[in-house]
Design a protein around this ligand. Structure first.
Ligand code: G3P
Length: 217
């Protein structure tokens, strides 16, 4: 499974990127707002640092304006994926932008039918939002599973990008289902390394090692 980092905080991306953990980055208008940075400047900085796709989201609501914004965002770097919302206008923009050779990430997906339309519109990535479905007592993971089955039934090559990942369990379940990509905040990715038995085992090893009085270097 590819790991995308869901943030526009350059330092946090750099830390994970140095570990080889970053296959791409996703941003959205809220994350740009939180970063306090200019969208063009920060997206360029991220795209230069990371080899994989960097999603930058349009903010227009009409298809023609989305296409214009998408073309501008795509010019920032070769690895930009233009992010458009899953509206009818967004699907039109997806179709035009992907036919022009751009990667397109269709975001704010909350149903399998929406994901089917995005694949038909030529989306490179579909972003189903797991956490926001869980927030309203629906099953976000069931959506990932449904999209996986539908895409596999018909051989669509649109990649499932599990988004709105809030916990390590979301990451685990998305991987078990076969999501192609997950995008998660840096804190969730780092938390995946944690296990209480690892901590307890290491503590015991350290105590025993101290009793040997030895040094390795
Ligand atoms: O990639 C989409 C993601 O940023 C949404 O996450 O936690 O705001 O639902 P969240």
């Amino acid at each position: 499974m590819k790991f995308f980092v869901d943030t526009a905080e350059v330092d946090q991306i750099a830390e994970l990127n140095d570990l080889g953990m970053v296959d791409g980055v996703t941003t959205n208008p809220s994350l740009i707002m939180k970063s306090g940075r200019d969208i063009i400047e920060v997206t360029k900085e991220i795209a230069e640092m990371v080899d994989g796709p960097v999603s930058a989201e349009v903010v227009a609501l009409e298809a023609d304006a989305m296409i214009e914004e998408g073309r501008k965002l795509a010019k920032i770097a070769d690895n930009i994926a233009v992010k458009v919302p899953l509206t009818w206008a967004g699907l039109k923009a997806c179709n035009v932008l992907s036919n022009e050779g751009n990667m397109v990430n269709v975001t704010l997906c909350f149903s399998a039918n929406q994901a089917l339309l995005a694949a038909k519109a030529g989306a490179t990535f579909i972003s189903p939002f797991i956490g926001r479905l869980d927030d309203i007592n629906l099953d976000g993971m069931e959506l990932i599973s449904d999209i996986r089955q539908i895409y596999d039934n018909y051989g669509y090559d649109t990649q499932i990008l599990a988004a709105s990942i809030r916990s390590v369990n979301h990451a685990y379940q998305a991987a078990m289902i076969g999501s192609d990509v997950m995008t998660a905040p840096p804190a969730v990715i780092k938390k995946m390394a944690e296990h209480p038995l690892t901590d307890a085992g290491l503590d015991a090893f350290m105590k025993d090692w101290a009793k040997t009085g030895q040094k390795i270097v």
